[in-house]
Structure formats: C-alpha cells, structure tokens
Design a protein. Structure first.
Length: 441
C-alpha cells in the first residue's frame, strides 16, 4: 500500500491522479490543491486546500498522512522548493529540487548549460541585464526571440513577426521586459514544426514517452492570442506526421545529455519529468525550452496510454531504477481538446469576454476521457471559472477516429463553451506536413 501526495489542481493533475489510481498497488491518494478540482477530489482520500508557497502546511499534511512519496504537477511549487522541503522530512518526490528545476524556471540556466556542456540543439543567444550591447547582437540575427528569465505562465516570450516586427520594436520590448525582470535572453528565431517530448528521468536514465503536438493559439488555424494550450494530439506509431524516428532520437539524446550535465553542474540528481519543447528546423532538432513537469494538455495524451504501472514508474524514478523497467505505451492515437468559456483569452473589452463563468452540463458525454481543469462543482451543477474548463480526450486506433470521438463528446456538452474544432483534423495535419516539407526543402 502506498500513501501518495499529489500537488496541483488542473487537468494535468486529474489525469495523473487517474493514472495513479489505475495502479495494481493499493493507493491512498492525498491531494494538495490551491482550488478544488472535483475530479481530483473524487479520487482522493483527503484534500488540503492552500497555497503552493505554504511549504510548512504542505509538509505538515504530508507527515500527518504518512506520505510515501509526492508527485508535483505544476511548476510553481517546484520553483518554491517544495521538493527540498519534503526531502527534509525524508519524503521523496517525482519532481526536481529547486536547483534542478531551474531547467524550467530559468531559461538562461538552460541555454548556458547546453553551451557549457556542448550539447547540440542550442540557439544562438545572449543574456542581457541592461540594454547595452543588445542592438549590436540583434543586428547579427535574422529573426529575433526575446525571453524574460523566470516563470511567466507561458505569456512572457516575444517572437518577431508575432509580437513585434522591426529591430527598433525589439528594443522597446527589451526595455519592457527589463523593467519587470532581472534579465532578458535574446535568441535566434527558428522556423519549423514544434513537438513536446515528455521524458522520465531518475537522475541517470532518461526514457521518452510518445511525442505530442500542442496548439497554443486560441482560435482555429492558429489565429488569436497564445493560451495555456487549446489541445494536442499524438499518433498510434508514437511519431508525429511531420517527423521521423531520427527527430525523436535527437530530442531524447539532447535530454539525456542535459540530465548528465545537470548532475555535474548541481551535484544533484534530477528526478522527475524533463519535458523538452523542441522544434524541427532545416538544420535538425533544436531546443526551445524545458519544462520540469508534464505538459498540460500533453499529459492527457500520454498518461492514458501508459501500460506500465505508473506507481512502479514513480518508484523507479525515485530509486534510480528506471533502466530496469520497461516502459510501454499503447499504440493508439489521441486527440485532446480543451473546452473553454467562450470569453477565454479574449481582450477585456470584447463583448464575449464576460461569459467566462457559467454552468455547463457534461452528463451525457460518452466514449472519451474527461479531465477537469478550472471548474467548480456546486449543488446545482458544474460551473466554469474563467480559464480552461475541461480536457476532452478521444483515444482510438487512428487519429481520425480519435478526433471524431472528441468532437462527438464535445457536441453533447451544453453551455456557453468553445473549443478548437481543427485540432487533430486532416486539414491541419496536412498544413503541418507541408510546412515541414517546405523547410526541409
Ligand atoms: N528560438 C525560438 N524560435 C522560434 N520560436 C520560438 C523560439 N523560442 C520560443 N518560440 C516560440 O514561443 C513559444 C513559447 O516559448 P517557450 O520557450 O516555449 O516559453 P514558454 O512556454 O515559457 O512561454 C514556443 O512554443 C515557440 O512557439
Ligand atoms: Mg513552452
């Protein structure tokens, strides 16, 4: 029997909770959430509601309930040092220490690490804490990307062509970033197709799970503002339609080298998820960033496919025994589409922007996996609360059927909701393939 603490309150943690509960071991799940997720709560013995920065309460809750190990879902508690605090109480975690989590929390740390250890896939970059020298450096770049150092909830990166056009405008953006952040990373802009590779790491061994493609833009055809992610898909052959086996291997090799480098650099073993955001360019696979946790939505694509007992996987990560475990995922395609309030991601003065909190009915939804995110269960039903509400995941032998399943389920959801009907469709996939063909030449 295991007492497991899960930290986090989103759809990613809902699918983690479900995957933990599928274990053949007897599991008591204890959850620490900053707001109540009814899906996670229904799978938990006990729930603690509180801030992810209140480490004393989290450790108290863990000790009270004789927790064997913790699983950390989101980046904020990692950044707050929850893993280090739990370790002091002799409670191990699936999730890196604060120092190792810099892989996500400091994009400067990661770019420097790749540089120092000669790891392939890095961008041309420089870090600036003042404007001096930036004009000279951006004059050398064909395309520019600006990144604040530190966590920005996925809303800090500025890409030429999307957020600014000219070099002069880039300077203005650098000014803005440096007003709020210690430093700005100026890097070359890549052109290509992106994929997420969520790898498991026990400090030494790195194992990849099937690659996934996420869709950040709010509206169909990748229009509108960036969001936390509107949905994602994965394929039955564990590749993506625009990629080759070589590309996955390249992403895995970079991640393996990063795991080794981080051990040398920090003297600590990285235990948890190393999720690389990669882009396939004409010069091969390049690294955009790492996250120190599963992706949201990507966790909803991969965890339901996991055939290996997830609790065994967690224990192997903690005990450094991943090399002795065969990790298998079902050869199925998955399509995840987020149900969001109609007003999600719209500017505040937009007429639809107000319709973010409303009741929805999901009772007649069939043949898909549903994961709750920002929803509130009240006596009279389920309410959305401003952000992404529910992840709907269709799983089938091929992408077309998986997409159909997701759409059919979404059609039966009632309320002022929206989603991206194009995710996982032939038309959008064709666009991705053509883009990649053009780049590869
Ligand atoms: N060097 C780059 N070249 C091209 N696009 C980039 C580059 N870096 C980031 N991007 C784009 O910006 C998005 C967000 O950047 P990322 O580094 O993933 O930061 P975050 O997820 O923290 O916002 C990426 O998904 C990608 O679309
Ligand atoms: Mg990213």
């Amino acid at each position: 029997m295991y007492n497991i603490l899960l930290i986090g309150n989103g759809a990613r943690e809902h699918v983690i909770a479900e995957t933990v509960k599928r274990s053949r071991h007897e599991i008591n799940l204890f959850s620490c959430m900053k707001s109540n997720n009814p899906g996670i709560a229904s799978l938990s013995e006990k729930v603690m509601l509180g801030s992810y920065s209140n480490l004393e309460d989290i450790c108290g809750f863990a000790k009270e309930n004789n927790i064997d190990f913790a699983i950390i879902g989101p980046e904020d508690p990692l950044n707050n040092g929850v893993v280090d605090a739990l370790l002091k109480e002799h409670i191990p975690s699936v999730g890196p220490t604060k120092s190792c989590a810099r892989l996500e929390t400091s994009k400067m740390f990661t770019r420097d690490l790749l540089d120092k250890y000669n790891i392939p896939g890095n961008a041309r970059f420089r870090v600036f804490s003042a404007l001096d020298g930036i004009p000279e450096f951006i004059a050398e770049l064909d395309g520019i990307v600006l990144k604040p150092d530190g966590l920005t909830g996925g809303k800090g990166v500025m890409v030429q062509g999307d957020h600014f056009r000219t070099r002069e405008e880039a300077m203005d953006k650098c000014c803005d970033i440096l007003e709020e952040h210690e430093s700005v990373i100026v890097e070359e802009k890549f052109d290509g197709e992106e994929f997420s590779l969520q790898c498991l790491c026990d400090g030494t061994t790195v194992v990849a799970t099937p690659p996934v493609q996420d869709h950040k833009r709010r509206f169909v055809e990748d229009k509108g503002p960036n969001t936390g992610g509107m949905g994602s898909y994965s394929m039955e052959d564990h590749l993506l339609p625009f990629m080759t086996e070589k590309d996955v291997v390249a992403g895995l090799e970079i991640t393996q080298k990063v795991a080794d480098a981080i051990r040398k650099e920090t003297g600590e073993e990285y235990k948890g998820i190393m999720y690389g955001g990669f882009i396939i360019t004409k010069d091969g696979v390049k690294l955009l960033e790492y996250n120190a946790r599963f992706g949201d939505p990507e966790a909803m694509n991969t965890l339901p496919l996991l055939k290996t007992d997830f609790v065994d996987v967690c224990r192997a990560i903690i005990e450094g025994k991943l090399s002795g475990l065969t990790i298998e995922c079902e050869k199925k395609a998955t399509v995840c589409k987020y149900i969001v309030p109609k007003g999600y991601g719209l500017p505040k003065d937009h007429p639809d922007a107000k319709s973010t909190s409303a009741r929805i009915a999901v009772d007649s939804v069939e043949d898909v996996n549903l994961y709750y995110s920002s929803v509130d269960k009240r006596d009279d039903g389920l309410y959305m609360t401003t952000s992404r509400a529910i992840g709907v995941v269709g799983i089938a032998d091929n992408l077309e059927d998986a997409e159909k399943k997701a759409e059919q389920a979404i059609a039966s959801i009632q309320g002022p909701v929206d989603h991206r009907p194009d995710i996982g469709t032939k038309k959008l996939i064709k666009k991705r393939i053509e883009h990649m063909e053009k780049i590869r030449g």
